[in-house]
Design a protein around this ligand. Structure first.
Ligand code: MN
Length: 716
């Protein structure tokens, strides 16, 4: 375990301005907070954050990050609160520690491997400061180094799998090859111990055969370069077990045939030297041709730059050689963390290629202009995936959605059926409205009902093309179905009025005269009000002298026991807002006597028979439609009734009123104060009720209250 003064010295070596006092305080704080908690290894728990801080210091990170590393487990594993961290270490550190804690709470299981890429993005998006991610990676590296101490094999494998699928690629993505390689190797050892074992054994054998050839080859390369006036440092190393294994997999070859398990790195002062060194190496040893790659002129997306080549080297053994500058080397090993080392000297801009991630580029640009440390803290914010949110299904599947997405988008992203049947949602266990904007890491449970269908209002707030298209498609189909149903009923009614027996045969004969190709289309046109019932009869029975009533209102019959008017067209299962609309002028409720007014192309509006607006249609009998409430139970569950109330202007009267409405199972959908006097105020209240009787009950209850002076149903 790295000791307190060693850690401080290590940090001060690369950052003379480091906040020594804060590091010392955090060291002591972590030791005390974790007290006598123990690691699986039997070591005191505090040894872990201290080692993580040591790894972070190896990356030459700033003091706040070192302090964060020391404190990274205090929020989750000790009684320490954010407030305490805030008081002792300031809000920057408290926020960073909280960020690391949040990342630790994201659970990943191997069944989710198909979502691994999204998981990586989620982690990036959630670590909205790159330093959070760097501490998390250092934490994971130390946990992997000590993984073998964990007794539970299943747990070990889960951690190793997560490392392999998520953390190692993540380290690679932000350019930290050294981290990635070590993480992969440690995970591989756990996940495939047999393969690890056998490769290690073969490598030991090869060592015995070839002796000190790494050093010899390295010395030989360095000598050749020096002879040609190139000042290079050459180091050799063996490939890591996992990368040998991957190569065996990829090329389907045995270990014996993998001769190039040695890699050499040539580090030279400048870019020119890279190409000169390449020339010397290719002139001296035969190239194997297949390996050449120039990542200097075309850097990798994560900023990696290097020339790769392979030759038959001094020992006639295939060796791989990477050529790069010292700065490129720093970036290759430590990725984004490396940029901080050039804080004083200014960054090596040649390192950053056109395709590098935007944030990395911005980071470097800022470093270039680099005025104050505050600036670069600001620029370490990861807005890489700012335009996306990542949410979980209850089963733990990860769904990536665009920024601003709602539960409706989520539902359609999971499956069209789920979207179509969605009635509500729970986010992180709490019931939330469907238009609520989702946040990173939200767990979303969609509540479905077979009876439910998409609501036209969803199209207003859904942001994904899939959800919007599905809603629109559904509405279009549904609308067409409803117009067809309505049209057929209008047709039947027209036949009855003229005392013909309804027959589709007769209608088929009318098709040609109406220039319509199918019955379905005919019904739809009739439903939409583009063809009237009368026109239909005249087309089906040319020359008929019309007997039926022109204005159905003249024939209002009695109601049957369900409140349904005999012979009226039942408004059966019609979705409000599509083929059928309810008049805002009169708020008709089941039980009211109603009439329909057809609006050509836009369906039918239902009015109560005493609605004033009907006068406007007195001389348009063709637009009147005889309708009735449907007693089959297929109507919408609730209708909006409107009441006008006058209330005593005294404390509590409004709450008495709302309580009475709720007690009578009415749901207030809108409430508007229309007048105010010193003693009274008037209001309009829209209440969702089942029918007239329900509304009458609510009104009766209100009339019984001393706070309510006057209440009545109103039409306006
Ligand atoms: Mn930890």
């Amino acid at each position: 375990m790295i000791r307190q003064f060693e850690l401080v010295e290590k940090v001060c070596e690369y950052d003379p301005d480091a906040d020594e006092a804060a590091i010392n305080r955090a060291y002591v704080f972590a030791t005390k907070a974790h007290g006598n908690q123990k690691r699986a290894s039997g070591d005191p728990y505090y040894s872990h954050p201290i080692e993580v801080a040591g790894i972070a210091a190896g990356l030459k990170l700033d003091s706040a990050t070192i302090v964060t590393a020391l404190l990274h487990d205090t929020l989750e594993d000790t009684l320490t609160t954010r407030d305490v961290l805030n008081e002792n270490f300031g809000s920057e550190v408290a926020t960073l520690v909280e960020g690391v804690t949040k990342l630790s709470k994201i659970e990943y299981t191997s069944e989710q491997s198909k979502h691994a890429e999204n998981f990586r993005k989620l982690l990036l998006a959630m670590s909205n400061d790159i330093r959070v991610l760097l501490v998390k990676l250092a934490d994971r590296l130390h946990n992997m180094r000590t993984l073998h101490f964990i007794a539970n094999g299943e747990r070990r494998r889960r951690i190793a799998q997560e490392t392999m699928d998520i953390y190692a690629p993540l380290a690679g993505r932000i350019g930290m090859q050294e981290f990635r390689d070590e993480l992969q190797d440690l995970a591989f050892q756990e996940l495939n111990p047999e393969a690890w074992e056998s490769i290690t054994r073969m490598r030991d054998l090869l060592h015995q055969r070839t002796g000190a050839s790494i050093e010899r080859i390295a010395a030989e390369i360095a000598r050749k370069l020096r002879e040609n006036g190139i000042d290079a440092s050459v180091s050799g190393r063996e490939k890591r077990t996992y990368s040998i294994w991957m190569k065996m997999q990829r090329k389907a070859v045995s270990f014996e045939r993998l001769s190039d398990i040695f890699g050499f790195r040539v580090i030279v002062p400048g870019i020119e030297d890279c190409y000169r060194a390449l020339g010397v190496i290719h002139q001296t040893w035969p190239s194997t041709h297949e390996k050449f790659k120039d990542f200097i002129s075309t850097p990798k997306r994560n900023g990696y730059q290097s020339i790769h080549t392979a030759v038959l080297g001094p020992d006639k053994q295939r060796v791989e050689i990477q050529i790069r500058t010292a700065k490129m080397h720093q970036v290759a090993e430590y990725g984004v963390a490396a940029h901080w080392r050039y804080k004083e000297g200014g960054p090596d801009l040649t390192v950053i290629g056109r395709d590098t991630y935007q944030w990395l580029r911005e980071l470097v640009e800022m470093l270039e202009q680099g005025e104050t440390p505050e600036d670069w803290v600001e620029y370490t914010k990861l807005d890489l995936f700012f335009d996306q949110v990542f949410c979980f299904t209850p089963a733990g599947d990860l769904i990536a959605l665009p920024h601003g997405a709602t539960p409706v988008d989520f539902a359609y992203a999971v499956h069209t059926d789920i979207g179509d049947r969605c009635v509500g949602c729970r986010i992180n266990g709490r019931t939330m409205p469907l238009h609520n904007e989702l946040k990173n890491g939200d767990q979303v449970e969609i509540l479905c009902s077979q009876a439910q269908s998409p609501s036209p209002t969803w199209a207003d707030f859904a942001v994904t093309a899939k959800a919007r298209a599905a809603v629109r498609r559904f509405i279009r189909h549904r609308e067409r179905d409803e117009y067809m149903t309505l049209g057929r009923q209008i047709a039947e009614k027209a036949f009855r009025n003229e005392q013909y027996a309804f027959s589709e045969k007769a209608l088929e004969q009318a098709l040609a005269r109406l220039q319509i190709t199918s019955l379905a289309e005919l019904y739809e046109q009739v439903g939409r009000g583009k063809i009237s019932g009368v026109a239909l009869i005249q087309a089906a029975f040319p020359g008929t002298k019309l007997k039926g009533p022109q204005v159905p209102a003249a024939h209002w019959g009695g109601l049957d026991e369900h409140g349904r008017r005999q012979n009226g067209i039942p408004i059966r299962g019609m979705t409000a807002g599509l083929a059928v609309h309810y008049g805002e002028c009169c708020h008709p409720l089941p039980g009211d006597r109603i009439v329909g007014i057809q609006k050509p192309g836009a369906g039918v509006t239902i009015h109560t028979i005493d609605c004033e607006i009907l006068e406007q249609f007195g001389d348009m009998p063709e637009r009147w439609l005889d309708v009735s409430w449907d007693a089959s139970g297929n109507s919408p569950d609730f209708f909006v009734g409107r009441i006008a109330a006058t209330l005593a202007n005294e404390p509590g009267s409004l709450s008495v009123l709302t309580a009475l409405i709720a007690k009578n199972l009415g749901n207030i959908s809108n409430l508007k104060i229309t007048g105010r006097a010193p003693d009274f105020f008037d209001m309009l209240i829209d209440i969702e009720v089942r029918d007239v009787k329900h509304l009458t009950n609510v009104i009766a209850a209100l009339r019984g209250s001393p706070h309510v002076t006057k209440v009545e149903r109103t039409r306006g």
